[in-house]
Design a protein around this ligand. Structure first.
Ligand code: GLN
Length: 494
């Protein structure tokens, strides 16, 4: 029999409603799995009392009948979502000891549905990274392994992805500024969706680059993603960029025929040096969509080659401004000060001690590109490229393309340490297929597509039209049913 923690949200929702088991039993299974999986460092804080209390309350709601979709479902929460009364620090020492006095809008929506807080998920510091190695808690480890080396689960939502892949929680929240939901999903054989910019409220989510940041879930299946995303979305007056559009039923079109759907294959995503197996799996995905009745068309997104460079100007620029608030006065840590130290020493000593190397690098790049003499040369130019990237997609969608198929990442998971000490640009190259989607504010989903020649998961990405998540999920669901990814990882950690 499948262990309770190994169930999908979809299966657990139906079984909880049918009273096959209780929410307390389900969360106990996740608590045990989490305690047994310390080696993964995926969940960095587990409050067992909170989880059991949430589960008990969920059981009471379930007993009344008509409980919401997520009632009794144990979820891991990325350490970037403020959870009232629970330490939240975006994996940064600068927020050591910070206990938010308020709740993020997204998590409050989850708790309203009766979801169970299963613990805090590891991540890269301030969501900057693609390997979870910049975390103040140390790296999270990928539950997938093909020899004795530890692999990265990707980043920045590495802990969320590892927790879902290892069945420590049934789903997890994550955030995506340049690929941080989709890349870890690809590396761990899970499903990750970043909705359209404005779908989820950013209120109470610690900011990295505000014009790019979006919340979204990491899940075990496309249907789970539809259920969880729907619960996370909705207009919020507390976020001025939140969309007033009604949230449709994201499960509505799952299983619908893909006949007549037009899927674009962007030729610019065939990058130099891309491994043949990535190309092969991409082609296989296109063939499967064709078998399902979709029309496959070649498309061009000519500005793609500039996306990464423009992202690594815009994201650090916004980060340098967002992170100015961590100064030792209001939040978290304040460095030890000497007798003659004044306010400037307090700022500089606190920031020097509190931020890690990658965060400091981004603050310096961001400050530089925003400085008076260089603003036009870097920031203004990057913004112009961003506008053109958006126009590329608009063009393609105006020609009737419903969604775009690409690989999610240029490689499968790499080893812990492999890239950390290399040129930082090597790490940035991981985001080559994902950043365009954030720059254009579009929805994008990664689904598991198969295994690499060395036995590790690979992902395919589908990019949708703005606010057309229902259609995007339906196409992803069709492809998922065709791929039938059912490879199981080897549970080496217990
Ligand atoms: N890897 C990218 C970066 O380091 C994206 C991170 C993210 O999406 N939060 O900026």
């Amino acid at each position: 029999m499948t262990k309770l923690n190994e169930l999908t949200i979809t299966a657990a929702r139906d079984a909880l409603r049918a009273k096959d088991f209780t929410a307390v039993e389900l969360s106990d299974a996740c608590i045990k799995a989490t305690n047994d999986a310390k080696a993964l460092n995926a969940i960095v804080r587990l409050d067992e009392d909170r989880a059991r209390l949430d589960a008990k309350n969920a059981d009471a709601l379930l007993a009344k009948g008509d409980a919401p979709n997520l009632c009794g479902i144990p979820l891991a929460i990325k350490d970037i979502y403020c959870v009232k009364g629970q330490q939240t620090q975006a994996a940064s020492h600068i927020l050591d000891g910070f206990i938010p006095p308020y709740e993020s809008t997204v998590t409050s929506k989850l708790w309203e549905q009766g979801a169970v807080m299963m613990g805090t998920a590891n991540m890269d510091e301030f969501a900057m990274g693609s390997s979870n190695e910049t975390s103040c808690y140390g790296a999270a480890i990928n539950p997938w392994k093909n020899d004795d080396r530890d692999l990265t689960p990707g980043g920045s939502s590495g802990g969320s992805a590892a927790a879902v892949a290892a069945h420590l929680a049934l789903g997890a929240t994550a955030t995506d500024t340049g690929g941080s939901i989709r890349q870890p999903a690809a590396f761990t054989g899970t499903v990750g969706i970043k909705p359209t910019y404005g779908r989820c409220s950013r209120y109470g989510i610690i900011a990295f680059a505000s014009s790019l940041d979006q919340a979204g879930p990491i899940n075990k299946s496309v249907q789970d993603a539809a259920i969880m995303l729907e619960a996370m979305c909705g207009h919020d007056a507390k976020d001025s960029t939140s969309s007033p559009r009604a949230v449709p039923n994201f499960e509505a079109d799952l299983g619908a025929s893909l006949k007549g759907k037009k899927i674009g294959i962007p030729r610019e995503y065939r990058v130099d040096g891309m491994p043949a197996e990535i190309d092969a799996i991409w082609e296989k995905g296109a063939d499967m969509l064709r078998d399902l009745g979709a029309e496959i068309v070649d498309i061009s997104l000519p500005m793609t080659k500039h996306a990464l460079a423009a992202y690594y100007v815009i994201a650090p620029a916004e980060a340098s401004s967002n992170l100015a608030r961590y100064d030792g006065v209001r939040f978290g840590k304040r460095a030890e000060l000497g007798a003659g130290d004044g306010i400037n020493e307090m700022y500089s000593k606190t920031r020097a001690a509190g931020f890690g190397a990658e965060v400091k690098r981004r603050i310096m790049i961001g400050t530089y590109v925003l400085s008076a003499g260089f603003y036009d040369a870097y920031y203004t130019r990057a913004q112009k490229i961003r506008t053109q990237i958006k126009a590329d997609f608009e063009n393609v969608y105006a020609q009737g393309v419903d969604a775009i198929l690409t690989p999610t990442t240029p490689s499968p998971a790499f080893g812990i340490g492999d890239m950390k000490d290399a040129d930082p640009v090597m790490m940035y190259l991981n985001d080559v297929f994902t950043v365009t989607v954030n720059m254009a504010g579009l929805p994008g989903i990664s689904i598991p597509a198969g295994l690499s020649s060395n036995g590790l998961p690979l992902g395919l990405q589908l990019i949708g039209q703005p606010f057309e998540e229902t259609s995007l999920l339906s196409i992803a669901h069709g492809l998922e049913s065709q791929i039938q990814f059912n490879s199981k990882l080897n549970q080496w950690w217990t």
